[in-house]
Design a protein around this ligand. Structure first.
Ligand code: 8X3
Length: 261
Protein backbone atom coordinates (compact mmCIF):
# COMPACT_ATOMS: atom_id res chain seq x y z
CA UNK A 1 0.00 0.00 0.00
CA UNK A 2 1.15 3.51 -0.79
CA UNK A 3 0.27 4.54 2.73
CA UNK A 4 3.30 2.61 4.00
CA UNK A 5 5.72 4.09 1.47
CA UNK A 6 9.02 5.19 3.04
CA UNK A 7 7.68 4.81 6.56
CA UNK A 8 9.97 3.76 9.38
CA UNK A 9 8.32 1.04 11.44
CA UNK A 10 9.71 -0.32 14.71
CA UNK A 11 8.49 -3.75 15.80
CA UNK A 12 9.30 -5.34 19.16
CA UNK A 13 9.36 -9.10 19.54
CA UNK A 14 10.05 -9.43 15.81
CA UNK A 15 12.02 -12.67 16.09
CA UNK A 16 8.97 -14.95 16.15
CA UNK A 17 5.21 -15.19 16.17
CA UNK A 18 3.03 -12.16 15.54
CA UNK A 19 6.00 -9.76 15.42
CA UNK A 20 7.79 -11.76 12.74
CA UNK A 21 4.61 -12.24 10.72
CA UNK A 22 3.89 -8.51 10.95
CA UNK A 23 7.35 -7.63 9.63
CA UNK A 24 6.76 -9.86 6.61
CA UNK A 25 3.23 -8.61 6.06
CA UNK A 26 4.39 -4.98 6.13
CA UNK A 27 7.28 -5.69 3.74
CA UNK A 28 4.84 -7.37 1.41
CA UNK A 29 2.17 -4.67 1.63
CA UNK A 30 4.77 -1.95 1.01
CA UNK A 31 6.42 -4.01 -1.71
CA UNK A 32 9.69 -3.39 0.10
CA UNK A 33 9.32 0.37 0.03
CA UNK A 34 9.64 0.70 3.80
CA UNK A 35 12.19 0.86 6.60
CA UNK A 36 11.89 -1.74 9.32
CA UNK A 37 13.53 -1.62 12.72
CA UNK A 38 13.26 -5.20 13.95
CA UNK A 39 13.94 -5.70 17.62
CA UNK A 40 13.97 -8.68 19.96
CA UNK A 41 16.33 -10.36 22.36
CA UNK A 42 17.52 -12.95 19.83
CA UNK A 43 19.63 -11.04 17.31
CA UNK A 44 20.45 -14.17 15.19
CA UNK A 45 16.75 -14.68 14.48
CA UNK A 46 16.40 -11.05 13.46
CA UNK A 47 19.43 -11.27 11.18
CA UNK A 48 17.88 -14.30 9.48
CA UNK A 49 14.61 -12.46 9.00
CA UNK A 50 16.41 -9.39 7.68
CA UNK A 51 18.27 -11.54 5.13
CA UNK A 52 15.05 -13.19 4.05
CA UNK A 53 13.29 -9.86 3.62
CA UNK A 54 16.18 -8.39 1.64
CA UNK A 55 16.16 -11.39 -0.67
CA UNK A 56 12.46 -10.93 -1.41
CA UNK A 57 12.58 -7.12 -1.54
CA UNK A 58 15.95 -5.77 -2.72
CA UNK A 59 14.82 -2.19 -2.03
CA UNK A 60 13.83 -2.74 1.61
CA UNK A 61 15.82 -1.16 4.45
CA UNK A 62 16.06 -3.31 7.56
CA UNK A 63 17.81 -2.70 10.84
CA UNK A 64 18.01 -5.82 13.01
CA UNK A 65 18.76 -4.69 16.54
CA UNK A 66 18.93 -6.56 19.79
CA UNK A 67 16.64 -4.99 22.38
CA UNK A 68 15.23 -6.54 25.53
CA UNK A 69 12.33 -4.23 26.40
CA UNK A 70 12.22 -5.68 29.90
CA UNK A 71 15.55 -3.91 30.54
CA UNK A 72 13.77 -0.60 30.59
CA UNK A 73 16.86 1.44 31.46
CA UNK A 74 18.29 0.60 28.01
CA UNK A 75 15.27 1.90 26.08
CA UNK A 76 15.87 5.68 25.92
CA UNK A 77 19.47 5.18 24.75
CA UNK A 78 18.37 2.64 22.17
CA UNK A 79 15.89 5.06 20.60
CA UNK A 80 18.27 8.02 20.82
CA UNK A 81 21.14 6.10 19.21
CA UNK A 82 19.22 4.68 16.25
CA UNK A 83 21.15 5.24 13.02
CA UNK A 84 19.93 8.40 11.32
CA UNK A 85 18.30 6.50 8.49
CA UNK A 86 16.06 4.66 10.94
CA UNK A 87 15.63 7.29 13.65
CA UNK A 88 12.51 9.03 12.39
CA UNK A 89 9.98 6.43 13.51
CA UNK A 90 6.48 6.63 12.04
CA UNK A 91 4.92 3.49 13.46
CA UNK A 92 5.68 1.76 16.75
CA UNK A 93 4.36 -1.78 17.10
CA UNK A 94 4.52 -2.79 20.76
CA UNK A 95 4.27 -6.51 20.18
CA UNK A 96 6.79 -8.05 22.60
CA UNK A 97 4.98 -9.86 25.36
CA UNK A 98 4.66 -13.18 27.07
CA UNK A 99 2.77 -15.32 29.54
CA UNK A 100 4.64 -17.34 32.14
CA UNK A 101 2.76 -20.11 33.89
CA UNK A 102 -0.91 -20.71 34.74
CA UNK A 103 -0.55 -20.92 38.48
CA UNK A 104 -3.30 -19.74 40.82
CA UNK A 105 -2.79 -16.60 42.85
CA UNK A 106 -0.89 -17.46 45.99
CA UNK A 107 1.37 -19.84 44.11
CA UNK A 108 2.72 -17.61 41.35
CA UNK A 109 6.49 -17.47 41.09
CA UNK A 110 7.96 -14.06 41.78
CA UNK A 111 10.15 -14.37 38.69
CA UNK A 112 7.06 -14.97 36.54
CA UNK A 113 5.26 -11.97 38.02
CA UNK A 114 8.27 -9.78 37.33
CA UNK A 115 8.91 -11.26 33.90
CA UNK A 116 5.41 -10.55 32.65
CA UNK A 117 5.13 -7.07 34.12
CA UNK A 118 8.63 -6.08 32.99
CA UNK A 119 8.02 -6.98 29.35
CA UNK A 120 4.27 -6.60 28.79
CA UNK A 121 3.79 -3.45 30.83
CA UNK A 122 7.01 -1.65 31.73
CA UNK A 123 8.70 -2.39 28.40
CA UNK A 124 5.68 -1.19 26.45
CA UNK A 125 5.28 1.93 28.56
CA UNK A 126 8.94 2.88 28.42
CA UNK A 127 9.32 2.36 24.69
CA UNK A 128 6.15 4.35 24.06
CA UNK A 129 7.49 7.17 26.18
CA UNK A 130 10.80 7.13 24.29
CA UNK A 131 9.20 7.13 20.83
CA UNK A 132 6.30 9.50 21.44
CA UNK A 133 8.35 12.72 21.19
CA UNK A 134 9.40 11.65 17.67
CA UNK A 135 5.77 11.28 16.62
CA UNK A 136 4.71 14.46 18.38
CA UNK A 137 7.43 16.48 16.66
CA UNK A 138 5.85 15.73 13.27
CA UNK A 139 2.29 15.37 14.53
CA UNK A 140 1.78 12.02 12.85
CA UNK A 141 2.36 8.33 13.34
CA UNK A 142 0.81 5.24 14.81
CA UNK A 143 1.27 3.30 18.01
CA UNK A 144 -0.02 -0.26 17.84
CA UNK A 145 -0.31 -2.08 21.16
CA UNK A 146 -0.85 -5.81 21.37
CA UNK A 147 -3.43 -6.47 24.02
CA UNK A 148 -5.34 -9.71 24.43
CA UNK A 149 -8.71 -11.22 25.17
CA UNK A 150 -7.00 -11.77 28.53
CA UNK A 151 -7.20 -8.02 29.17
CA UNK A 152 -10.99 -8.02 28.72
CA UNK A 153 -12.03 -11.43 30.00
CA UNK A 154 -9.65 -12.51 32.76
CA UNK A 155 -9.54 -16.21 33.52
CA UNK A 156 -8.41 -18.44 36.43
CA UNK A 157 -4.71 -19.13 36.09
CA UNK A 158 -4.15 -15.79 34.37
CA UNK A 159 -3.78 -13.65 37.49
CA UNK A 160 -0.73 -11.82 36.24
CA UNK A 161 -0.93 -12.17 32.46
CA UNK A 162 -4.52 -10.87 32.40
CA UNK A 163 -3.55 -7.97 34.68
CA UNK A 164 -0.71 -7.01 32.34
CA UNK A 165 -3.03 -6.96 29.33
CA UNK A 166 -5.64 -4.96 31.25
CA UNK A 167 -2.84 -2.50 31.96
CA UNK A 168 -2.05 -2.33 28.23
CA UNK A 169 -5.71 -1.55 27.56
CA UNK A 170 -5.86 1.19 30.18
CA UNK A 171 -2.60 2.72 28.97
CA UNK A 172 -3.80 2.65 25.35
CA UNK A 173 -7.04 4.39 26.30
CA UNK A 174 -5.28 7.15 28.19
CA UNK A 175 -2.80 7.66 25.36
CA UNK A 176 -5.57 7.92 22.76
CA UNK A 177 -7.34 10.50 24.90
CA UNK A 178 -4.19 12.50 25.53
CA UNK A 179 -3.42 12.57 21.80
CA UNK A 180 -6.92 13.69 20.83
CA UNK A 181 -5.64 16.97 19.40
CA UNK A 182 -2.92 15.32 17.30
CA UNK A 183 -2.87 13.17 14.19
CA UNK A 184 -1.18 10.36 16.11
CA UNK A 185 -3.27 7.20 16.21
CA UNK A 186 -3.35 4.57 18.94
CA UNK A 187 -4.47 1.12 17.82
CA UNK A 188 -4.98 -1.83 20.11
CA UNK A 189 -5.26 -5.34 18.74
CA UNK A 190 -6.58 -7.99 21.13
CA UNK A 191 -6.08 -11.57 19.94
CA UNK A 192 -7.66 -14.68 21.37
CA UNK A 193 -5.93 -18.02 20.83
CA UNK A 194 -3.15 -17.74 18.27
CA UNK A 195 -0.89 -20.71 17.70
CA UNK A 196 2.64 -19.37 18.08
CA UNK A 197 5.38 -20.07 20.62
CA UNK A 198 3.13 -18.30 23.13
CA UNK A 199 1.99 -21.46 24.92
CA UNK A 200 5.41 -23.10 24.70
CA UNK A 201 6.77 -20.09 26.58
CA UNK A 202 3.85 -20.07 29.02
CA UNK A 203 4.37 -23.75 29.84
CA UNK A 204 8.15 -23.39 29.91
CA UNK A 205 8.92 -25.70 27.00
CA UNK A 206 6.35 -28.35 27.91
CA UNK A 207 5.39 -28.89 24.28
CA UNK A 208 2.60 -31.36 25.08
CA UNK A 209 0.84 -28.88 27.37
CA UNK A 210 1.31 -26.17 24.78
CA UNK A 211 -0.17 -28.31 22.01
CA UNK A 212 -3.19 -29.14 24.16
CA UNK A 213 -4.20 -25.47 24.17
CA UNK A 214 -4.90 -25.63 20.43
CA UNK A 215 -5.87 -29.31 20.15
CA UNK A 216 -8.92 -29.95 17.97
CA UNK A 217 -9.43 -26.29 17.31
CA UNK A 218 -8.65 -24.26 14.24
CA UNK A 219 -6.60 -21.56 15.97
CA UNK A 220 -5.56 -18.28 14.51
CA UNK A 221 -2.01 -18.15 13.23
CA UNK A 222 0.39 -15.22 13.51
CA UNK A 223 -0.30 -14.11 9.91
CA UNK A 224 -3.99 -13.62 10.73
CA UNK A 225 -3.11 -10.99 13.33
CA UNK A 226 -0.41 -9.48 11.11
CA UNK A 227 -3.01 -8.87 8.40
CA UNK A 228 -5.18 -7.00 10.88
CA UNK A 229 -2.28 -4.85 12.12
CA UNK A 230 -1.42 -3.93 8.54
CA UNK A 231 -5.06 -3.19 7.81
CA UNK A 232 -5.13 -0.83 10.79
CA UNK A 233 -2.00 1.12 9.91
CA UNK A 234 -3.00 1.48 6.26
CA UNK A 235 -6.36 3.19 6.86
CA UNK A 236 -6.87 6.77 5.78
CA UNK A 237 -5.52 9.33 8.23
CA UNK A 238 -9.08 10.17 9.37
CA UNK A 239 -9.68 6.62 10.61
CA UNK A 240 -8.42 4.79 13.68
CA UNK A 241 -9.24 1.15 14.24
CA UNK A 242 -9.05 1.85 17.94
CA UNK A 243 -9.62 -1.64 19.33
CA UNK A 244 -9.93 -4.97 17.58
CA UNK A 245 -10.88 -8.20 19.34
CA UNK A 246 -9.88 -11.11 17.14
CA UNK A 247 -10.95 -14.72 17.65
CA UNK A 248 -10.71 -17.83 15.58
CA UNK A 249 -14.17 -18.70 14.30
CA UNK A 250 -14.64 -21.29 17.02
CA UNK A 251 -13.73 -19.07 19.97
CA UNK A 252 -16.19 -16.68 21.62
CA UNK A 253 -14.54 -15.72 24.92
CA UNK A 254 -11.50 -16.70 26.95
CA UNK A 255 -13.40 -19.81 28.09
CA UNK A 256 -15.75 -20.48 25.15
CA UNK A 257 -13.67 -22.48 22.73
CA UNK A 258 -15.19 -25.17 20.59
CA UNK A 259 -13.16 -28.35 20.26
CA UNK A 260 -14.01 -30.71 17.49
CA UNK A 261 -13.38 -34.02 19.29
C1 8X3 B 1 -3.29 -14.87 24.46
C2 8X3 B 1 -4.65 -15.40 24.64
O1 8X3 B 1 -6.39 -16.49 26.10
O2 8X3 B 1 -4.16 -17.48 26.15
O3 8X3 B 1 -3.16 -13.54 24.78
O4 8X3 B 1 -4.59 -15.39 27.24
S1 8X3 B 1 -4.92 -16.21 26.11
Amino acid sequence: AERLANKTILITGASAGIGLATAKEIADAANGNVKLVLTARRKEKLDQLAEELKKSFPNIKVLAASLDVSKVETIPGFVKDLPKEFADIDVLINNAGLALGRDPIGEILQEDINGMFQTNVLGLINLTQAVLPILKAKNSGDIVNLGSIAGRDPYPGGGIYCATKAAVKSFSHVLRKELINTKIRVLEVDPGNVETDFSITRFKNDVEKAKAVYANTEPLVAEDIAEIIVFGITRKQNTVIAETLVFSTNQASASHLYRNE
